[in-house]
Design a protein around this ligand. Structure first.
Ligand code: NAD
Ligand code: 0WE
Length: 259
């Protein structure tokens, strides 16, 4: 008996076995959910397919969220195979590397638009398509997105990604209002820094991890598994009355002032 027996979920954002989305997928599966996965381009398929198959998944599809036709195709297959959907996990972000250093004031028009498209608008685009499949589910349905503290406070070098995450967090609240009447919940999770592919090549990432683990109330960094626990809660009926929320999984770092 799992918390998610018989539930159907789709996971956007597995790149490898360190991805936050992968830890979420494993825990959702552990509670009995059936999962579909998407990957970005052919290069990712050879990593994602074996991971997905190890959880017994049969629906494994390409999806670049900047391409409408790829998103359409994913939900067409989900409709045909499952006829409905209970859980959507959005764990995607991208900005050009050059935008993640130096002054935010130097952000280019193209860099701003790309970060907003991949990291924020994609939640709206995916929710639009999930909505008809999520109507009339027994315990309602759940959409969740990964955000970061840099949406709210200035984090050095996070730059245009902070602005995109602010748009993502605001989108969560507006989507929660629209989809709430159909018993679809929409929430975000805000993890502390975690060493994943998306953290590779970020200058001074190690120093950020050390600052957080030194100061956070729990005196450690958050892990993918910490995030996955909160994702199970948001996916399950344990969170039946919770929508439009942002839940920090950061070992308490966000509550601090001067220490
Ligand atoms: P990750 O690199 O494993 O995941 C990022 C994913 O985004 C990858 O799977 C990548 O393929 C996907 N992606 C990028 N561009 C895409 C596009 N155009 N279409 C479809 N997919 C695309 O890294 P992660 O750390 O697991 O990141 C997952 C989420 O968690 C992101 O939203 C990130 O902002 C957020 N987050 C990460 C941290 C951290 O410190 N690692 C902290 C807070 C929030
Ligand atoms: O959301 C993120 C990372 C998102 C991200 C990472 C990359 C690296 C590779 C988006 N686009 C790219 N583009 C690339 O080319 N995080 C929350 C992790 C992160 O990234 C930072 C951080 C933290 C924390 C960047 C600067 C400062 C802090």
């Amino acid at each position: 008996m799992g918390l998610l027996d018989g539930k159907k979920g789709v996971i956007f954002g597995v790149a490898n076995d360190r991805s936050i989305a992968w830890a979420i997928a494993r825990k959702l599966r552990g509670e009995g959910a059936d999962l579909a996965f998407t990957y970005l381009g052919d290069a990712m398929e050879k990593r994602v397919r074996p991971l997905a198959e190890s959880l017994g998944s049969e629906i494994i599809l390409p999806c670049d969220v900047t391409i409408d036709a790829e998103m359409d195709a994913v939900f067409e297959v989900l409709g045909e195979e499952w006829g409905g959907l209970d859980i959507l996990v959005h764990s995607l972000a991208f900005a050009n590397k050059e935008e993640l250093k130096g002054d935010f004031a130097n952000t280019s028009r193209e860099g701003f638009a790309l970060a907003m498209d991949v990291s924020a608008f994609s939640l709206v685009a995916l929710s639009q398509r999930a909505r008809p499949l999520m109507q009339g589910r027994e315990d309602g349905a759940s959409i969740m997105a990964m955000t970061y503290y840099g949406a709210e406070k200035v984090v050095k070098n996070y730059n245009v990604m902070g602005v995109a995450k602010a748009a993502l967090e605001a989108s969560v609240t507006y989507l929660a209002e629209d989809l709430g009447k159909e018993n679809i919940r929409v929430n975000s999770i805000s993890p502390g820094p975690i060493k994943t592919l998306a953290a590779m090549g970020i200058s001074d990432f190690k120093a950020m991890l050390d600052e957080v683990s030194g100061r956070a109330p729990l005196r450690r960094n958050a892990t993918q598994d910490d995030v996955a626990g909160t994702a199970v809660y948001l996916a399950s009926s344990l969170s039946s009355g919770v929508t439009g929320e942002n839940i920090y999984v950061d070992c308490g770092y966000n509550i601090l002032g001067i220490s």
